[in-house]
Design a protein around this ligand. Sequence first.
Ligand code: GAR
Length: 210
Amino acid sequence: MELASKDRPLCLGILLSGRGSNFKAIARSVAEGRLPGVEIAVVVSNVADAAGLEAARNLGLPTAVFVSKGRTRAEHDADLIACLRAHRVDLVCLAGYMRLLSPEFIAAFPNRILNIHPSLLPAFPGLEAQDQAFAYGVKIAGCTVHFVDEHLDHGVIVVQRAIPVPESDDAHSLAARILVEEHIAYSEAIRRVAGGEYEIRGRRYVKRVG
Ligand code: GAR
């Protein structure tokens, strides 16, 4: 897979459903020159009043809303695919996008969809991962950025960041500290994918040799 090109920036399509702090961290990395050759082509949401969308508009970025209610997953995702293609998106970044993607969507962007999950996968997939980790009593927590495949929170891992869980933590403070790591991890993962120096080998994302 060759994503990087000297002639054209790598275009991101961000999908979000909520406050969009991961999106904002990515936008800051782009604006501050920490993701050279990368630009955000469009920010898309399935939630019309998502705070992240408002933040994208305030940054002057193109936005789109596709409300999923009353539509099949395939119908909804067909609109999404068309929108991302119209904006020439190379890499889709799920940033708190709380809706499962159809197989058609995943096939449309093979190994070109990243997701961030607030646990050290494969531990605690699914919803409220930080609460799951805290309730389980883990001593180390963290976040994962991974490629999306057809299974939930399962694809090849690009970046993980780990933090200790002190006894003074509660579920809320733990989630807040994981979020700080998420904001670092997502830009690092995009840098790796955009840079063209890494490749997928089996389940591993490793530096190319030669
Ligand atoms: C983040 O913690 C992200 O890891 C999580 O939703 C939050 C979105 O926050 N995603 C998942 O749990 C996906 N399974 P944000 O809107 O501030 O980026």
